[in-house]
Ligand binder design. Structure first.
Ligand code: RIB
Ligand code: CA
Length: 311
């Protein structure tokens, strides 16, 4: 039995970020959360990370990081996640507070103190890039970096036709990470859209009757509505939990080892993850690109994580 992975999640909650945190709490040792501006501004992503941990009784430190991308102008996804970044549930009065504003430096401290840990970024990669630049030894302490971001040529983009939100919001930051020789697992849109939720799954979470189950049901009802308004179908892709499962349950995935470049200058392709799938074949690059997921098992794990009583 492999030991429980130690993880730090860098996030921008965000409906699917919240679900990723819930999964991680059940299947990993969560050393802490760091927050970044993305789905909504930094104040709210930080508040949302805190309230998510409060609802599930997860007592882990939350630190805030970057309030804007390295170079690109700020942009958010309020059209999907709402003005609060976590629209849908009635959120409780916040009783928890962040432990600091030093997310970037703390990422390095956590890595040095926990060699072999996984870093799981599920928002724009601004904090990660700043930490790599400020602390060149950081990546050497990690087992790897498992991101939700990007996509392959058959499913490249959502913010633009060719670029996925987490990469497109801060392409320069993504390029800093992808130019490193560090083990990366990449769960892009090509695989995260295989893992979806409909009203039926929202009903399954509500039927659990637990605080976390009702929370996720309320999140899904809003999130599915946003997908219906945006894409015309009541089925929402559960993006961020895939990056957690790629660490806790890699057997659920099919990966290809590829080299991945981040497009920075293309008029219509800025923020694209250019996944080189030319031959020669496997072993040709440091990135394990997820190509398939056992979505039924992934949903079972998310439901089970919500069935458990609050921590
Ligand atoms: O493109 C999906 C990603 O953008 C997810 O991480 C979601 O939370 C948003 O941040
Ligand atoms: Ca996210």
């Amino acid at each position: 039995m492999d030991e429980t992975p130690r993880v730090v999640i860098d996030c921008d909650p965000g409906h699917d970020d919240a679900m990723a945190i819930i999964l991680a709490a059940r299947h990993a040792e969560v050393l802490g959360l760091t927050t970044v501006a993305g789905n909504i501004g930094l104040d709210l992503t930080t508040r949302n990370a805190l309230v998510t941990t409060q609802i599930m009784g997860l007592d882990v430190p939350v630190r805030r990081g970057a309030a804007r991308p390295l170079v690109a102008p700020p942009r958010d996804a309020a059209h999907v996640h709402g003005q609060s970044g976590l629209d849908g549930p009635t959120l409780p009065h916040l009783e928890r507070s962040e432990v600091g504003t030093d997310a970037v430096d703390w990422l390095a401290t956590a890595a040095r103190d926990n060699p072999g840990m996984w870093l799981i970024p599920i928002g724009p990669l601004t904090n990660v890039a700043l930490a790599i630049r400020r602390h060149p030894d950081l990546l050497g302490h990690l087992r790897g970096v498992s991101i939700m971001g990007g996509g392959t040529a058959d499913k490249p983009g959502n913010l633009t036709s060719m670029a996925e939100f987490n990469i497109a919001v801060d392409p320069e930051a993504a390029a800093v990470l992808f130019e490193q020789e560090v083990p990366i697992r990449m769960c892009g849109l090509n695989v995260t859209h295989q893992f979806g939720a409909t009203d039926a799954e929202a009903g399954d979470f509500r039927a659990l009757g637990t605080a976390t189950g009702v929370f996720v049901a309320d999140l899904l009802e809003h999130y599915i509505g946003a997908y219906e308004r945006t894409f015309g179908i009541r089925r929402a892709a559960i993006h961020d939990p895939c990056a957690v499962l790629a660490v806790t349950h890699p057997e659920l995935f099919e990966f290809e080892r590829r080299r991945v470049h981040i497009e920075l200058t293309g008029t219509h392709t800025r923020g694209m993850t250019v996944v080189d799938r030319r031959q020669p074949g496997p072993g040709d690059g440091p990135v394990e690109v997820a190509m398939a997921i056992d979505a039924d098992r992934a949903m079972e794990l998310l439901v089970d994580a919500c069935a458990a009583p609050a921590l």
